[in-house]
Design a protein. Sequence first.
Lengths: 447, 141
Amino acid sequence: MTIKADWIKILKRANTDAFTTRIPSRPYVAFIDGQIKLMCGAHVATWLQFFTAQFVGTIDQGFAAGAEVVVLGFDDYAFVPSAKNMTQIKRIKTAPPVEFGEHEELPQDFPDNWMDSIKNRAFKAKVITFVVCNVRRHYARETARTVIIDWRGPPEVIGRTIALPAMFAGEAAAAEAAAQAAAKMAWEAKAEKRAAKAARRAAKAAKAAAGAAAPATDYIDLTAGTESAGPTLNELNKSRQVHPNLQPALHWIQQARRTASDGAAMDCVPAAIQEAPPAVDAAPASAPLRRGECDTKAFSWLELGPMLLISTDGDYIPIALAQIERQGTTHEVYLHRMVCRSDGPGKRKPDGRPKREYEYANLNKLLSFIRAEFPKSKTPARTFAAMVSFCSMSLSLSKRVPALCAMCTHNSLCARSPSRGVISLKTCRPRARTNYGHSARSCARPT
Amino acid sequence: MRKTDVADAAGMQAFVVRVYNDMYAKKIRTMTRELRDELSEADGERLYGVLSTSMKNCVGIAARTRDGFFTPERMRAHVRNSLWTLSYWTELDKCPDPLVGDHGFERRGKFVAFVGTPEAEAALETAAIDAPDADEMELED
């Protein structure tokens, strides 16, 4: 969903101390929105650069901020609500994604048209797999720190083992049960295949043995070997009576003969790979969690301790405020995001393009501000999120949002602080109320 | 808005009416007395209908603004959409299925659309549910 940046400007103007260039205190856990990191600029030209700059660099940034645990999250498309797909429209409209099939492999060279390629979900899934495999390898030897991959199913812990949040206990059990069931099904299918294969081998071997009596035959009789002392493996090899295609199967045959002579059931599958069917729990502990989008996954990790969220996605602010309020956590939560300019244009590069700068938003301070602005509301963060949601949900409505936001601002945030006046959403500067053409008294307060 | 909470359907519908009523106070006949008390959802929808008609008939408002003004049905769905989003933000993975119940979304063939949007607009505002060809990605707010 696209959140109007005006909301952030309003918050920033009223809480300048909540936005800092350095993180004020050390987080315990850092959550990286991997989906955002899949987007990269034109300066990235190789897969190595992509992996290093976008992922290793960001994970190390989390550690550098003081986090002991860094969680790298990706969307699990199976659980992203269908209604969330609707915001994709503007991206689809601007440029159609490139063609890439589910069974295709990633190209050797980094695609030139990355932004178009990454719109293709099959391509994106392959890239995520590539990233996950390499993160796993890169941090495999970590002993003091932990990297967690939160993508599909239960989170994967790399490096130092930690106790996962309680919510994953059920998920892990359910996932294990599902894996057991899948393993049993796979075993049964495998067993059927084995039986069929064994029957085929036995038939072939019988044919071969039948022909062994005759000169220049290519086959051996497996059963004959058990009844009478048939040729040994070495003899068979020496006599070259076995068809070349059957040579690899000789050890199977020998084992089968041995087993048959022992009176046991004959099976041409070596004991080493005979597996007992996996045990399956009668009833899984609970259904797996349906965690889809990264921005909803992040807050599963909040119970671990003070948290740093690394994402430029605007959704994080209303979600984080609502989650801090809902979970009642006392842990500090910071959001590392691109600088929101509430005081005019920022610095520019020599080529005239805006320079990318980042800042930390202290979400606990923002929540305190929201609480003060909605004193009558039992759930002020939820009230604020409702207003943000209302102004952001519809693409067509968003054209008129600034005016609507101004009214919201006037009604709620500014009405309590007459000294600040009404904030113009165009300039983000205080404006005289009379500019709006109505009196402050006529405005109702949302509580 | 004094006695309502925007985080429920009645409160949000009332909020919309109050905001538009204030915003276009100079252009249309405002509703002061009706908005004095707490509004039920039905009252909010009814008053929005009145407001919407006034807006559509007001020559003092730019044609583009008038044309873009939500119909009562669309606004009702929009309120539901927003509340579903709010529920998604607060309940996370335990939020209700947007297509089950009255959340302002509907399935049109293999697409999900906002209720109250005409077909042509819906084509622009929808995305395939099962076409994994493009994905959501926000670079910035």
